[in-house]
Write a protein that binds this ligand. Sequence first.
Ligand code: ATP
Length: 606
Amino acid sequence: MNKENHSESKISVRERRLLVIACSAVLILIVITAALWPNSQEKPQVIPLSEVAAEIAGGRVTRIVDSLNGRLTITAADGKTVIAQRDPNASLLEQLHLLGLTESQLTGVQFEMAQTSVSPAASPLGLLLIAGLIGSVVFFTYRYNTADRSRSKTFQAADVPDIRFKDIAGLDDHLQELRDVVSFLKDGERFADMGARMPRGVLMVGDPGTGKTLIAKAVAGEAGVPFFATSGSEFTEVFVGVGASRIRSLFQKARKKAPCIVFIDEIDAVGRARRRSESGAEMEQDQTLNQLLVEMDGFSPSDGIIVLAATNRVDVLDPALTRPGRFDRNIYINRPDLKGREEILKIHAQGKKLSPEVDLLAVARATPGLVGADLANIVNEAAINAVRCGHSCIEMSDFEEAVEKQIAGGVQRKSHVMSLDEKRIVAYHEAGHAVVIHHTELSDPVVKISIIPRGQAGGYTLAVPDHDQMLISRCKMLAKITGLMGGRAAEEIFLQDITSGASNDLEVATRLAEDMVTRLGMDARTGLRVFQASGERSLLAFQGSQKTCENIDQAVHEILESCYEEARRILTTHRDQVEQIAQELLETETMDRERFLQIMGQPLAA
Ligand code: ATP
């Protein structure tokens, strides 16, 4: 890392030097040109047009060369040349007639037209532009080459990673599939004897942070082979052919170090379906992808190169990439379940000073939907929090703070001083969420309410499911939207005004309602048709009839309105509970599950 930075800074110093040299050269060129310019051409005398007319009348002019910009070069009978300027908007003859010359006086003069095309190099400014242009081309070519060289260096720096399968938790099934790859890399001959062909490529599909890079490193680590890591975005370039040449150079290097693993992260950046377009950027992308396909066809199983690629957009990949013979093994990596989360937490807690009262299963329970990267971060944040609070070891409260920071976003802004009015609004807003969630069937249980600002939020209500869920029902989605509406409804009922505090709630609720209507076929009017592909958040590409668009609008609107009405109904029925929670929050700022259930009249069983 340090080494890389060092070389990067070295490059930038060289670049700066090159720039200084180029600028100095241009300046010297200008000074020299400016110094020599007046002497480089003998300047003829300039006379007014009336004087020209007098000279013609006296029969002392033999030739006039007229240029488009009105500049006249006049040759006298004695061979001398003078310059004059006519009005460029009127012809020379017209102007001479106006000055009193007759046709007969003009007969002895030879008139010629000259094109005034001044060479750009014929002036200091022109020279400056040319020099600047050449300088820029030289500079950018140099920059481009150094960037390319430094990228090649990244490909070269392939070591055997020290990560093993034991460092990965909760993904045992996937690791089982990859054990074959490890055995093949370790002992390819045994497979060859049996006539078995190993996959050339393994595609790992999963959300960001689910551990795809970690798995790729562990495969190389287990097999004890070098690991070439790169990302699809490294191959996306403006100049056609550059990405393809980088792919070639990557595989050349890999061949020299085989057996080895080539890992391409974000392969969708380079492997998107080809569109047969003539635009430069798309031609470049097509060429890069073609090169990747050629390289993957080019190595035989005995070469011992396996390409592992990762993406979270398998739907956009070119079919040529995913056909058998290229990435013929797909591994779908899901978000970890409860047990998986606990194991991941345990791995990251290894070597850290944990208090005996820390219950990692409880932490795992409080973090449904989070991925390995989030959990690794939670353990680290808990450790940082323990140091910050002066604890001798990491306590459960440090984990609770880390989880809340991860889920609610941002650290608690205890120093942020809220006005009393603001505090009141937040207290009723959060009390509204909590009461609506509690009284809505299928909602997740409320575990904490706080009016201490955290990240962007003024306060937060945490409702965490008891168990992991793969599927989410229509009623559950409606319950979620109703809970989200609780804050705004409480503001309206208890404060007789509404604030911007509900902006995020409304955004999330709208997205959920749109998903129900346009993606999940959960609305009777729009039926089972899917209007947006998963991962696509825009309806702009939708080409349906005007009536269908109106139906979608209407359906989304109705879902939001009916959930809002339901939230209002719950809050008016349970006014006293909202009041009590809000008042307590104003005093204590946070409320835990136990106290909340007491107020709801359902104390926790001891
Ligand atoms: P992206 O798609 O954003 O590149 P990714 O899926 O490649 O993400 P990784 O970079 O592999 O995710 O994971 C990030 C970090 O999360 C790892 O370095 C590791 O600390 C932790 N992590 C993720 N999954 C696991 C796991 N199953 N077991 C242990 N640690 C994990």
